[in-house]
Write a protein that binds this ligand. Structure first.
Ligand code: AGP
Length: 618
């Protein structure tokens, strides 16, 4: 989820682009770069690290004045965050500069073909291939450069999710953009026009925006904007007036980053699968750089993580053991190395961390490696310490998660763990290809199911506001509903500063039921009625038991599950899903409930008291 800005007009392109990137820096900050057109030449500068590094470089070596330019802040997906991989990327002739947000699934074969045709590509990114493809298409168009047509021809060769913006030395007053499954918006000014990942980049100059649609190409000139489909047909556009202030714009119009990040979960889940599952259902995880032989040797898996990441590991355990038949333990990082765990060279330790900087988890993986075990990191932050110190990494593609309370980070950790489990089953052969494909097909449906749940959250928000003065909320679930209950309780603790406890439904009678009295709110996560054995009926019995003792039952259950209706004071429906994938939808109401409860209590939803986004001390 990178920051993208393009400008053409009468002002200083560099100033406009840098100012826009500042507004977008929350979207990613592994590196930043700019390209401007000056007298038939491309002038560029790009630096790893925060935008300030690029600004310092530009201070030292200013670029000449220009009225046409593009800029980018990067959230790395392919290739380490360094100067070489920073955007913009250029072609062989240094005539084309291109910046990109998203993932080009077929970039490996495109790159191989380009190199076979003699192109020299120097970065590890998927983006650089686009610069060379544009070079070829411009050349094939001959005289009378039409950069927009060249872009359309390139886009028709690409698979995946992408927002692309490009300039060419022979088109001094033109910026061209394209989008598929990734945002791009036009800012229409007076004698100047903007392109950006979101309106925050340009609302200081114009509030007249045009949202680009799927598979569209836009040509920006200072006096006009032309939008077509990838096939070149004129495209209908939707113009609107932006009435957000700059701060709200960074949050996409939401009051808090957390709410925006909850809303981004369908895309984050989809992006984490992009490029990793083939149409035939086979998993492609070569990026992990763990050989098939190494994976076949594994005889035990230990997942180490903290907080929400730990809950993701608990969910993953059910799936990994079911699919691979490899024993899988899940440990709190802070406990792991102090219990003298049994580790061998055949133990695969999986370190889950959104930030990649959690000291407890870093120390756990160091201990595992000292004992000779291989470590695989599941991480959302490219180039952070935990993946750097691991043997292998599978990145989640959630994009920057700004709110302290993890939401899209959590769902994508679960998805990444599912992909690892399925890949292990594929490599070790203990699942037939069609069985794996069936699960992959179910996973592909989850982004739409997550989106469907998000559409029906108003009753959950209203309930949170109604319960804002309660002193405790209990959560119960069974199977993967148990870690879901734990995660719901954690969200409420860290956001509403309220006592909350999650427990396994089967444990109710071993103690927690003593907590039930008149009016105690209990949120119950009900398994699929098609799931394992009588799990569903056992949870319904739990709900009956607590309701008989006065609990206020808030039931999360699948559409069509009528068995729960008589015992639910409040019923939250989620789309029916396979048992193991259910947490991807049942967690959403718990996130929304906690965020709304925090807001109702007047708390800072993004920065809860006493907490940090990344706990870099033990
Ligand atoms: C989750 O909402 C919390 N912010 C916290 O539990 C977090 O999951 C934990 O600190 C682990 O962080 P990490 O994923 O960056 O390692």
């Amino acid at each position: 989820m990178c920051g993208i800005v393009g400008y053409v007009g009468e002002g200083s392109a560099l100033n406009m682009v840098i100012e826009g990137l500042r507004r977008l820096e929350y979207r990613g900050y592994d590196s930043a770069g700019v390209a401007v057109l000056v007298d038939g030449k491309l002038e560029t500068d790009k630096r790893a690290g925060k935008l300030a590094n690029l600004e310092a470089s530009l201070q030292e070596q200013p670029l000449p004045h220009s009225t046409t330019g593009i800029g980018h802040t990067r959230w790395a997906t392919h290739g380490a965050p360094n100067d070489r991989n920073a955007h913009p990327h250029l072609d062989c002739t240094r005539s084309v500069a291109v910046i990109h947000n998203g993932i080009i699934e077929n970039f490996a074969e495109l790159r191989a073909d380009l190199e076979e045709r003699g192109h020299q590509l120097s970065s590890e990114t998927d983006t650089e291939a686009v610069a060379h493809l544009l070079e070829e298409e411009v050349a094939s168009l001959g005289d009378g450069l039409d950069l927009a047509e060249a872009m359309r021809r390139v886009c028709r060769q690409l698979e995946g999710a992408f927002t692309l913006v490009a300039v060419h030395v022979d088109a001094p007053d033109v910026v061209v953009g394209a989008r598929r499954n990734s945002p791009l918006v036009v800012g229409r000014g007076d004698g100047e026009n903007f392109l950006a990942s979101d309106v925050a980049a340009f609302i200081a100059h114009t509030r007249e925006a045009v949202e680009l649609g799927q598979d569209q190409v836009v040509e920006l000139r200072r006096d006009g904007v032309t939008v077509t489909t990838f096939d070149g047909a004129p495209a209908a556009t939707h113009g609107y007036h932006v009435d957000w202030d700059a701060s709200a714009a960074e949050k996409g119009g939401y009051d808090y980053f957390m709410l925006k990040e909850i809303a981004e979960q369908p895309q984050a889940v989809a992006d984490t699968m992009l490029g990793r599952v083939g149409r035939d259902g086979r998993l492609h995880l070569d990026e992990m750089r763990l050989s098939d032989d190494e994976l076949r040797e594994v005889d035990k898996i230990i997942i180490v993580a903290c907080g929400t990441a730990f809950h993701a590991g608990l969910v993953a355990k059910y799936a990994i053991e079911h699919w691979t038949r490899i024993p899988c333990e899940v440990e709190l990082s802070s406990e792991f190395r102090y219990r003298d765990p049994v580790l061998t060279t055949r133990t695969l330790v999986v370190a889950i961390s959104q930030s990649g900087e959690t000291m407890d988890t870093l120390m756990a993986l160091r201990h595992a490696r000292e004992q000779g075990s291989r470590v695989l990191a599941i991480c959302n932050t490219n180039g952070s310490t935990i993946p750097r110190e691991s043997d292998a990494v599978l990145y989640t593609h959630a994009g920057p998660e700004v709110a302290v309370a993890s939401t899209k980070g959590y769902l994508t950790q679960i998805v990444a763990c599912f992909l690892v489990g399925l890949y292990l089953a594929q490599v070790r052969g203990n699942k037939y290809g069609d069985e794996i494909k069936s699960v992959v097909d179910d996973l592909r449906k989850m982004p739409d199911k997550v989106a469907a749940v998000l559409e029906r959250m108003e009753p959950v928000r209203a309930l949170a506001r109604e319960l804002r003065d309660c002193t405790s909320v209990l959560f119960l679930g069974r199977h993967v509903g148990y870690p879901t209950a734990l995660e719901g309780a954690l969200k409420l603790k860290e956001l509403a500063y309220m006592h909350a406890e999650g427990f396994a439904g089967g444990e109710l009678k071993h103690g927690p039921i003593a907590l039930i009295e008149e009016g105690v709110p209990v949120i119950a996560v009900v398994p699929s009625s098609l799931g394992r054995g009588s799990l569903h009926d056992k949870v319904v019995s739990n709900i009956q038991e607590i309701r008989a003792r006065g609990a206020r039952t808030i039931v999360i259950a699948e559409e069509g599950d009528e068995g729960v209706v008589p015992y639910a004071d409040h019923l939250v429906r989620v789309p029916s899903s396979p048992t193991l994938l259910q947490p991807l939808v049942t967690t959403i109401p718990l996130q929304v409930f906690a965020a709304e409860m925090a807001a109702a209590r007047g708390h800072d939803v993004d920065q809860p008291r006493n907490l940090a986004k990344s706990v870099t001390v033990e």
